[in-house]
Design a protein around this ligand. Structure first.
Ligand code: DX5
Ligand code: ZN
Length: 217
């Protein structure tokens, strides 16, 4: 499959959020990446249900919601109601990860598990057959505009091995520090979904930047 591009609205201009959403609508992007931070699981706070609901009301592409919150299991239904189509939870944020995954799927969303740069990929081996995607953090979660962590390439390779063994349909999403220089290499390594915040919204022409991320070769 051709890889997907998911611009992160965390880097959008919140004073003209509607304009930035419409830019993504008319671009070659495949979905919106929505970063939810609670100031507890990560040292930053972003936005919650009411903003997501408003984004959903004009978004013409699916919402890929990345929960950087403690105890996400309490809010799964509410994120579905707010408009999430894809929902990912961090490995260490869930007391009962297997059960959270089943509930996300039962609610009709694609289920993803997020692994931080320090997490051993093997930790999620036993849930790989149950999930639709793994979100590999290539920065420490909490902030946009950070530098890509180079050891991510080795982690993608390990995850690809587990994917081939246990769930060939699994999608690999990478998030953090992705730019026009590393996008092609990531796709060649087997990444299926590129998340990009500042590269898109800090560029002069976000539609063109998204197109370049979609065709990196
Ligand atoms: C970081 C978020 C990312 C962030 C990526 O915690 O999960 O989605 O928005 O931003 P860039 O592309 O600027 O690194
Ligand atoms: Zn994210």
């Amino acid at each position: 499959m051709q890889h997907l591009v998911a611009p992160s609205l965390l880097a959008a201009n919140f004073l003209r959020l509607e304009d930035d959403i419409r830019i993504v609508n008319r671009s070659e992007a495949d979905m919106f990446h929505i970063d939810v931070m609670d100031g507890n699981f990560v040292p930053n706070i972003s936005f919650g249900f009411s903003i997501i609901r408003q984004i959903k009301s004009i978004a013409e592409k699916p919402l890929d919601v990345h929960l950087m919150i403690s105890r996400p299991d309490i809010y799964l239904e509410k994120f579905r109601e707010a408009g999430a189509d894809w929902l990912s939870v961090h490995y260490e944020a869930c007391d009962h990860l297997h059960s959270s995954i089943q509930r996300i799927k039962k609610l009709g969303m694609k289920a993803g598990v997020v692994v931080n740069p320090h997490n051993n990929i093997e930790l999620i081996r036993d849930v790989i057959p149950d999930i639709d995607y793994v979100l590999l953090m290539s920065v420490n979660p909490g902030f946009g505009g950070q530098h890509f962590i180079e050891s991510t390439y080795g982690r993608i390779e390990k995850l690809t091995g587990i994917k081939q063994e246990l769930n060939p349909d699994l999608l690999i999403e990478v998030d953090g520090g992705i730019d026009l220089k590393n996008a092609g290499k990531l796709v060649k390594c087997g990444v299926n979904i590129l998340v990009t915040g500042s590269t898109v919204f800090r560029s002069k022409d976000p539609v063109e930047t998204i197109s370049k991320l979609k065709h990196p070769f």
